[in-house]
Design a binder for this molecule. Structure first.
Ligand code: 5RP
Length: 233
């Protein structure tokens, strides 16, 4: 089995939730891209949907796949969002933002009637935190914001956190999100109190958004070797 097979199983199973006429939030990352490409095949067969992309990359994938895009400002509802995750913890609490799209992903997931998270089995964890938590911050004063983020992590039970400015591997320059911000990748090890950490991070001036997605996903579709398991919360 390859990770791609498992991702494809999850993405394919998510298509069962798509109905004609829906407005869909289109997630970012390799698993979500597979979903968007499969969606394009359904569109070619006559399905009518409109997609709201969570990143410029997803917009490009959707356009290539033939999925009609809807500017978010013109949407009066979003029926369903399908997106990947970096970690899926208890009660479908997620870490997202490995691809740097967490702000738009969270705005769109939060505005959707239903968010489905799709992933391969490797993303399931008992406790969040092995994956470094992405925190999107305004560029102005980011070194000060980084210190405040460090303090929040310490104050919410994370022992010896590491807070690092994300660098674009190709250019060697700081990574810039679609919204024009920086990302701080926060090595936590174990996030023992995700709700507390989420609330306190949101309160730091300069933090635009963080990658803890709490109480957003209601369905998780986990791909494996022979198919996908649908879990509902
Ligand atoms: C992007 C994300 C992605 O959903 C997350 O990184 C998972 O990506 P992949 O499906 O490639 O493992 O949050 O910001």
């Amino acid at each position: 089995m390859t990770g791609e097979t498992a991702k494809s199983h999850a993405a394919r199973a998510a298509l069962n939730y798509v109905k004609d006429g829906m407005v869909l939030g289109l997630g970012s990352g390799s698993t979500a891209d597979i979903f968007t490409e499969l969606l394009g095949l359904r569109v070619a067969d006559g399905l009518t949907v409109q997609g709201i992309p969570t990143s410029q990359n997803t917009a490009d994938v959707a356009t290539e796949a033939g999925v009609q895009l809807l500017p978010i400002e013109q949407a009066d509802r979003i029926d369903l969002t399908v997106d990947g995750a970096d970690e899926i913890g208890p009660k479908f609490a997620l870490i997202k933002g490995g691809g740097g799209c967490l702000l738009r992903e969270k705005i769109i997931a939060n505005a959707s009637d239903l968010m489905i998270v799709i992933a391969d089995e490797s993303k399931i964890v008992e406790t969040l935190g092995a994956f470094a938590l992405p925190v999107e911050v305004d560029r102005f004063g980011f070194t000060i914001t980084a210190k405040k983020v460090f303090d929040v992590l310490c104050n919410t039970g994370i022992a010896r956190p590491g807070v690092v400015l994300r660098v674009d591997k190709r250019s060697g320059e700081p990574f810039i999100t679609d919204g024009g911000h920086y990302i701080l990748d926060c090595a936590c090890g174990t996030i023992t109190h995700p709700v507390k950490t989420a609330v306190q991070l949101s309160a730091v001036p300069g933090v635009v958004e963080h990658g803890l997605f709490i109480d957003l996903a209601r369905v998780a579709i986990i791909g494996g070797e022979h198919g996908a398991e649908v879990l509902e919360h």
